[in-house]
Design a protein around this ligand. Structure first.
Ligand SMILES: Nc1nc2c(ncn2[C@@H]2O[C@H](COP(=O)(O)OP(=O)(O)OP(=O)(O)O)[C@@H](O)[C@H]2O)c(=O)[nH]1
Ligand SMILES: [Mg+2]
Length: 395
């Protein structure tokens, strides 16, 4: 498609925001190329708001980054999240990333529209790989890929630093590499929001944890969480995702980092909650549409299970009562199957909760709650919204 007018850029972004994978790929190529059009695409996407959580996974070559990223993607997919992965290869100027795609061992995600993987070779990229990554993470946002994982080799020489582009940086350290911890420079330690002592199945992981904690004490840096992870078994992955989310929230409120970006407070529909008598009973409908419905799992509400049907930039959450005396059980008895709530993703969740309570808005939650997937939310009663139960979900 020749793309040479401002209107074309707007149309391209509109298409990718409606879930068109080819438009997404085209937009990514443009931002990576680093030209004027690419800059326009990035700007247009940025104007659509800020809702993705961007996580950098960094560490020495062979630290197990790709294996761990693969695990993180699986865990996020189980929650119905759509995920983008950017793998930056600092060493292979010739492959252009083609081989990386294989190396990242993510073939298992082929055909899953909820996972988008992009490799970038750091050499030879006009405008530098940092610009390419910066542009790419912008483009994922309107495409509804709300979890962006960026893998980079980040300790030692020739590293590609993306810490300024992400909300949280996870630094992988592995046992059995001798003076690994001693060799971490202060600057590298400071860039980390979370330490993951990876390959925790190998002997010496506890020692590495203790060394990092001691090192933090020496540097006067404290409060950076240190976790043990294992990409092979999946140990610590759920906890890592939780800590990343939490770290980001803390960082955000401390630095106001996100507020410095162009941002519309209310950034859109997160999902539609549909109360059904049986998730299995309606699964077929969605699957016939070509929508992958997740496994059934616990959701935030008590006595209730749910499954996510992700599509375009949003999802339908199918919710089923496990007990008659649960929010959904009572809803089904009173109203029958149907739309139960509309969930909107917003910034400043806590402040909004307080402000609404102070303004006398009828809330259906007594506090901001934490859901099974680690997301934070509260409900607003239909009486205050024009008849629809509204769930507000934090970014
Ligand atoms: N024992 C153990 N081995 C692991 C673990 N995770 C990865 N490995 C192994 O470590 C090697 C490197 O894994 P990768 O995931 O490719 O590491 P990486 O950091 O992405 O490597 P580069 O992208 O080349 O820097 C592979 O042989 C993996 O099988 C783990 O948790 N435990
Ligand atoms: Mg790798």
């Amino acid at each position: 498609m020749p793309l040479n007018r401002a209107g074309d850029v707007a149309e391209l972004v509109d298409r990718l925001a409606r879930g068109d994978a080819r438009a997404l790929a085209r937009a990514l190529s443009l931002v990576e190329a680093g030209g004027k059009l690419g800059a326009e695409v990035a700007r247009e996407c940025r104007g659509l708001g800020r809702r993705a959580l961007r996580v950098g996974i960094t560490g020495a070559g062979g630290a197990g980054k790709s294996t761990l990223v693969d695990r993180m993607v699986r865990a996020l997919r189980e929650r119905g999240e759509r995920v983008a992965v950017v793998a930056v290869d600092p060493t292979s100027p010739y492959t252009g990333g083609a081989l990386l795609g294989d190396r990242i061992r993510m073939q298992g995600f082929q055909g899953d529209a909820g996972v988008f993987i992009r490799s970038m070779a750091s050499r030879g990229a006009a405008g530098g790989v940092a610009d390419g990554v910066a542009g790419a993470v912008e483009v994922f946002e309107p495409a509804g890929l709300r979890r962006v994982l960026v893998e980079t080799v980040g300790v030692g020489q020739g590293e590609v630093s993306v810490s300024g582009l992400v909300d949280a940086t996870v630094l992988l350290v592995t046992p059995g590499m001798g003076d690994e911890v001693q060799s971490l420079k202060a600057g590298v330690m400071e860039a980390a929001d979370v330490f993951a002592v990876n390959k925790a199945d190998l002997p010496g992981a506890d020692k590495v944890v203790a060394e990092i904690e001691a090192m933090q004490g020496l540097l006067g840096a404290s409060g950076v969480p240190v976790l043990k992870t294992c990409g092979v078994s999946g140990l610590g992955v759920a906890e890592l995702l939780e800590v990343v989310q939490e770290t980001n929230t803390v960082k955000k409120s401390k630095t106001g980092k996100r507020d410095s970006r162009p941002f519309w407070g209310l950034v859109g529909v997160d999902h539609l909650g549909v109360a059904v008598r049986s998730i299995e009973g309606v699964r077929g409908f969605w699957e016939r549409l070509g929508v992958a419905v997740s496994e059934v799992e616990e959701v935030g509400l008590e006595g209730v299970t749910g499954a996510m049907a992700p599509m375009g930039g949003t999802r339908v959450e199918l919710i089923e009562a496990m007990e008659e005396d649960s929010a959904i059980g009572r809803f089904l008895a009173r109203r029958g199957e149907g739309l139960h709530h509309v969930a909107l993703r917003v910034d400043k969740l806590d402040a909004r909760f307080e402000a609404m309570r102070a303004a006398g808005v009828r809330l259906a939650s007594d506090a901001v709650r934490v859901g099974a997937g680690g997301h934070r939310y509260f409900f607003v009663h239909p009486e205050s919204t024009g008849g629809v139960l509204v769930e507000l979900v934090g970014l």
